[in-house]
Design a protein around this ligand. Structure first.
Ligand SMILES: Cc1cc2nc3c(=O)[nH]c(=O)nc-3n(C[C@H](O)[C@H](O)[C@H](O)COP(=O)(O)OP(=O)(O)OC[C@H]3O[C@@H](n4cnc5c(N)ncnc54)[C@H](O)[C@@H]3O)c2cc1C
Length: 481
């Protein structure tokens, strides 16, 4: 027994395996993936069932202790780690990692929130089905975190984002009640669709404990190619033409700028340039088909041949084996890691209408270069969804401190362009603690007011992820702007 009744009660609920006591073991739960938000938790608790989650939440509510829900802790917006007050409890779902059921007739899989995304993909594949959510952190990120951040990733173009893939949820509410909305139904018009409040809710409204997810037929054929281009405009043209020719088969369409590719080749061992001659822009494209005997490879190669002939593409390489396809994806998936190894960077995860991507890249690049000579733009993204990761790396001549001092101004320049094009300042990573100022600035007063009212209605004491997504002050004010 300790001298802290709250800790004793927690221990009683979750047992000896459910509390992370050792301070070295706790560290990975207390700091975010990028290391930008190191914190200190009052406790790190790992319940093993929905009942235990509900009991922990009830206890926290009685003691007025804030709760930070956490999955794989790969989030990039500072929403999943505790602050440095030492008051918050990290509620990790990682022990809740069972697949509850799979139904081929319903084409659904029901999983607990702590299931690692890659394991869900593998379980689906074992049943000859596809769970299409796919992102570079899939070996660590969990379904609960994917849904709470409405993750996007590399196959949104064809299958949609986490929101589109979810049929039902089980959620523990801030007062400890459990909402069982684990429906496998594809149609249900009985009022407000409550699951959508929790998807993308960043853990501010409830703890997702399980989800019912959509499955798809497993593709039988897949082709992957790396295309070399001169301009982003060509990328948009190529996307349009490939979709006209191959329809829904176009599964991924990832843009990679030259500086981005160079950074990966320099920082990640074992990578090599896909094309003999470097081009200013590249696209990694994947097409897939579920039907038999479609001759997808021949259709794909004919479409690429046509694009080369008509000058939309300067050079192209088509993967001849799954190893070669993997090597191309390895480059794309290691862009964030290469940037991390390169030193400090400024990140933007934005979306604009697909048609305006070339204009965005041109005008924003020019504005940044004029204000910050030498700044390196690391631009890549899921361009088929209008989503760019538009980041900046430090020029060689600058100190880290000088570079960091520019962050607010760089954000302003980029976000102003996004707003001018009616885009979004967060396409897939969410708001967390990282983007609250921008949210307050760019979101409409009506939308902010509605969001604050929803939060107050469901979490009146502001105990779930306080100060993430919406600023803490917003909770107590009637009109937040
Ligand atoms: C290398 C790398 C690549 C990435 N690529 C992509 C990408 O392509 N697309 C993309 O969308 N994201 C990407 N991300 C961001 C991140 O992986 C995703 O946001 C992922 O969905 C987070 O899952 P997680 O389990 O790690 O969640 P966490 O980081 O643990 O949490 C994320 C948010 O969800 C909340 N949360 C977590 N679990 C629950 C739960 N069960 N109930 C309620 N709230 C919860 C947390 O409080 C936090 O606010 C990438 C990250 C890395 C490191």
């Amino acid at each position: 027994m300790s001298t802290d009744p709250f800790m004793d009660a927690l221990q009683q609920i979750v047992g000896p395996h459910g509390l992370v006591a050792d301070s070295a073991d706790r560290e990975r739960f207390e700091r975010d993936w990028r290391g930008n938000y190191p914190g200190r938790a009052r406790a790190v608790v790992r319940p093993a069932s929905t009942g235990e989650v509900a009991a922990v939440v009830r206890l926290c509510s009685e003691h007025h202790v804030p709760v930070v829900p956490q999955g794989g802790n790969t989030g990039l917006a500072g929403g999943s780690s505790p602050d440095d007050s030492g008051l918050e409890v990290v509620l990790s779902l990682t022990r809740m990692n069972r697949v509850r059921s799979i139904s081929l007739a319903d084409e659904t899989i029901m999983v607990e929130a702590g299931c690692i995304l890659q394991h869900v993909q593998e379980e689906a594949a074992r049943h000859n089905r596809l769970f299409p959510l796919s992102l570079a952190a899939e070996g660590t990120a969990t379904i609960g975190g994917n849904l709470s951040s409405n993750a996007g990733g590399e196959q949104v173009l064809r299958y949609g984002n986490a929101r589109d893939l979810t049929l039902g949820l089980e959620v523990v509410l801030p007062d400890g009640r459990v909402w069982n909305g684990l429906s496998p139904l594809r149609k249900d018009n009985t009022g407000y669709d409550l699951k959508h409040l929790f998807i993308g809710g960043e853990g501010t409204l409830g703890v997702i404990t399980a989800a019912s997810l959509k499955l798809f037929p497993l593709p039988r054929h897949q082709c992957t190619a790396w295309l070399g281009l001169d301009t982003p405009r060509q990328a948009i043209d190529v996307l349009m033409l490939l979709r006209e020719t191959l329809g829904d088969c176009v599964t991924s369409f990832e843009l990679v700028g030259r500086a981005t590719l160079d950074q990966v080749l320099a920082r990640i061992d074992g990578t090599r340039a896909p094309l003999a001659e470097a081009t200013p822009w590249s696209v990694l494209v994947e097409v897939s088909e579920t039907a038999r005997d479609t001759r997808l490879d021949a259709r794909f190669e004919a479409a690429l041949g046509d694009l080369l002939e008509r000058g939309f593409v300067r050079d192209a390489v088509v993967a001849q084996s799954s190893e070669q396809a993997h090597a191309l994806w390895h480059i794309r998936d290691h862009v964030p890691e290469a940037q991390r190894r390169d030193g400090p960077s400024i990140k933007h995860d934005l979306s604009v209408p697909i048609s305006r991507i070339p204009e965005f890249i041109e005008t924003t690049g020019a504005a940044l270069a004029a204000t910050f000579p030498g700044i390196r733009v690391i631009c890549f993204g899921h361009v088929g969804d209008g989503n760019l990761h538009y980041n900046q790396s430090k020029p060689a001549h600058q100190s880290d401190a000088e570079f960091r001092a520019q962050i607010p101004r760089v954000h302003d320049i980029v976000h102003e362009q996004v707003a001018r094009m009616h885009g979004s300042i967060s396409a897939e990573h969410g708001i967390g603690r990282l983007k609250q100022d921008a949210l307050m600035h760019y979101k409409s007063a009506v939308a902010l007011d509605l969001m604050a009212r929803v939060k107050r209605a469901i979490d009146p004491d502001n105990l779930f992820n306080p100060g993430r997504l919406l600023p803490a002050e917003a909770h107590h004010q009637g009109d937040i702007r």
